[in-house]
Every structure is written in C-alpha cells, then in structure tokens.
Unconditional design. Structure first.
Lengths: 206, 206
DNA sequence: GTCTATAAATTGATAGAC
DNA sequence: GTCTATCAATTTATAGAC
C-alpha cells in the first residue's frame, strides 16, 4: 500500500481523536469511539499511535499549540496598539466560537491530578508572554496607555473575557437566557464590541 | 447498628465522592477511589447510593447548589448597590479560592455530550436571574449606574472575572508567572480590588 | 496496512456470610 | 451495616492471518 494512503489513515485517526478527546475528555474517551469516528478498525489506532496515552498526548499538544498560536503571534506586526488589540479580540473570539471545546478540553485536563501528560507538555512548551510584556512597556513609555497597567493582568483579563462565555455556554443558555439559544448567539455576536469597550476603558490614559 | 453510625458512613461516602468527582471528573472517577478516600469497603457505595450515576448526581447537585447559593442570594439585603457588589465579589472570590475545583467540575461535566445527568439537573433547577435583573433596573432608574447597562451582561462579566483566573491556574502559573506560585498567589490576593475597579468603571454614570 | 480473534486488566455491580 | 468473593461487562492492548 502506498505512502499516501498510510498518511491518510494516520491523519484520519488524529482528526477523529481530536474530536472525541476534546468533546469527552481523556477519561471519557474510549478507543472504540475514535475508531468508529474515523471509520477504521480499532487495532489501527495502536498500530499508528501505540497507546491511548500517546494518542492523547498528540491531541493535547495539537490543541494547546493551536490555542497558543492564536494568542501569541498576534502582536507581532507594526499596527497601532489599539488596532492590534481590536484585531486580536475579534480573531480570538471567532476562533473560540468555531472551536468551543478546545479551551474547555485544555483547562479540564490540566486541572486533573492524574494527568501528568498534559501538565508536562505545558511545562516543556516554550510559550511565554515576554513579547506582550515588552509591547505593553513600550506603549506605556509612549504614553498611549495608562501607566499603572500590568501586562500580565491585562492579558489575563482579555483572555478571560473572551474564553469564559464560550466554555460557560451550557450554563449561560439555561440560567441567564432561559434556554433561548438565539438570545445567547445574539449576545455572542455583540461580545466583541463589549470586550473592546471594557478593555479600552481599562487602559485609557486618564 | 445505630442510626447515628449509618448517617456517618453515608456522609463519609458523600464527602469522599465530592472530593474525587470534582478533582477527576465523572469518567475519571472510579468507585474504588471513593471507597479508599472514605476508608470503607467498595460495596458500601452501592449499598447507600445504588450506582455510580446516582452518586454522581448527588455530588453534581450539591456542587451546583453550592455555587448557586454563593451567587444568587447576595443581593437580597438593603445595602447600597455598590456595597453589595463589592461584598459579592469578595465573598465569591474567597469561595472560589477555597473550592477551586467546583467551577471547573460543573463546567466540564456540562460540556460533555454524554452527560445528560448534569444537564438535566440544571434545567430542573429553579435558578434564574430575575432578582438581579430587577435590582439593576431599579438602580438605573435611581440613576446610580449607567443607563446602557444590561443586567445579564454585567452578571456574566462579574462571574467571568472571578472564575477564570481560578480555573485557569494550571496554565497561568507556568505561562504567565514562569512557574512562580507565589507570584500567582499574590496576583489573586489583589484580584478583588482589580475586579472591583473594572466593574465600577463598567457601570459608572458618565 | 488492515482485519479478526483474543488476551489481560479494570471496573461497576451483586450475592451471600457475618 | 459491613465485609469477602465473584460475576459480567468494558476496555486497552496484542497476536496472527491475509
């Protein structure tokens, strides 16, 4: 059999594994579910990925990498800081709405005591906030944002405001919007402008 | 054997189940773990709670109830709205820091497609935001807060700012604070004042 | 590479002695 | 009420035919 088809099967497995793991979590995922979703035999999962742990590691690594890639390179262009901020929030929110299970999956697995695999992958990643730190410092010197702003706090607040309404959807829809999904969707449609207003108020020079 | 000891065993099981379920999730929890944590025989779990599903339902109900009880009655006194807001944020944050796994547990289980038990318990609960809605409306009429404030959005934003830094701790500590736990703890110590400043800025009449 | 068959271990749940 | 023993089902993983 050709190399091309080998790649296809391996890819099919990984795609199916991404779906099932992110939807059901590591412990809730069974190898049979992944095989069914990929439309192949269960044995092939082991042929390509050896064990459930190794397949999970691949999926978690991908999910965290995708999340990080959406967050960290966004301030690498030369636009005005406020423009960058606005672009980031729009871009990140749209990513989250399209991939609502990824942040929940990452946070949930990291909070489990019996999942060292996930925690170690984070520690061994080279993700950091040095770039964002430097940009904020520069903007403060330029006088475009409030002097008391701390980069770490600002970043956490921005991510907070974007992520939470997505992962809390199953509780917001019934409790806040009386099971009216359209009301929630409409709320999320306006969320970008709301976040931008809040964040701009945070950093505005007084 | 006396009624008193019966209650003690049943309680011991429930306490152990709360710990294990919230830490490891439903699928990640094994009945043996709960028995070990409670210091009793595995069979007793079934004697008192019939099945894993029923025990999970008890724990989820408790967790959601505890969370709701911390959120919703706080605006039922006659204090000034801003004072109530400040008290709520302080109270809720301190609850979250003491019970960091409860919000993650609730959100994680609700986001799983194969967990109808959790979703149904939410739908059948009578939690709603009518009271908070009414209070915000009244404050707008009194002119103490901005006219354009929407109660639903305000509530989501407040909860967002409180909950996220707690559930995202395992990612904030390594990525934002370079594995410096003390820096994170210090950040959380100042979090109350930071949230209050943000929220007051949101609702301030211009 | 892909399948069937099956091993080996785990786990939820029950029976029955005390 | 609490324990030991055990069942039955599930699930990860491997062996071996094609």
């Amino acid at each position: 059999m050709s190399d091309k088809e080998k790649i296809n099967t391996e890819e099919k497995i990984l795609e199916a594994a991404k779906e099932v793991f992110t939807e059901e979590g590591k412990a809730g995922t069974k190898m049979q579910m992944i095989a069914d979703r990929a439309g192949i035999n269960k044995s092939l999962l082991h042929y390509y990925y050896r064990s459930k742990d190794k397949l999970f590691a691949s999926v978690f690594k991908f999910a965290f990498g995708k999340m990080a890639s959406k967050i960290f390179p966004i301030f690498e262009n030369d636009d005005h800081f406020l423009t960058q901020l606005e672009q980031f929030i729009e871009n990140y929110l749209s990513f989250l709405v399209k991939n609502p299970f990824i942040p929940m999956f990452i946070l949930s697995e990291l909070n489990k005591k019996h999942n060292n695999i996930a925690a170690e992958l984070i520690i061994n990643s080279d993700v950091n906030i040095d770039l964002f730190d430097a940009i904020v410092k520069k903007e403060i010197q330029k006088g475009t944002i409030k002097k008391s702003i701390k980069a770490k706090n600002l970043l956490i607040n921005i991510l907070t405001l974007c992520v939470f309404p997505v992962i809390a959807k199953p509780i917001i829809v019934p409790v806040v919007f009386n099971n009216d999904s359209d009301a929630y969707n409409n709320y999320m449609k306006n969320r970008k402008d709301e976040i931008i207003e809040i964040v701009f108020d945070m950093i505005r020079v007084e």
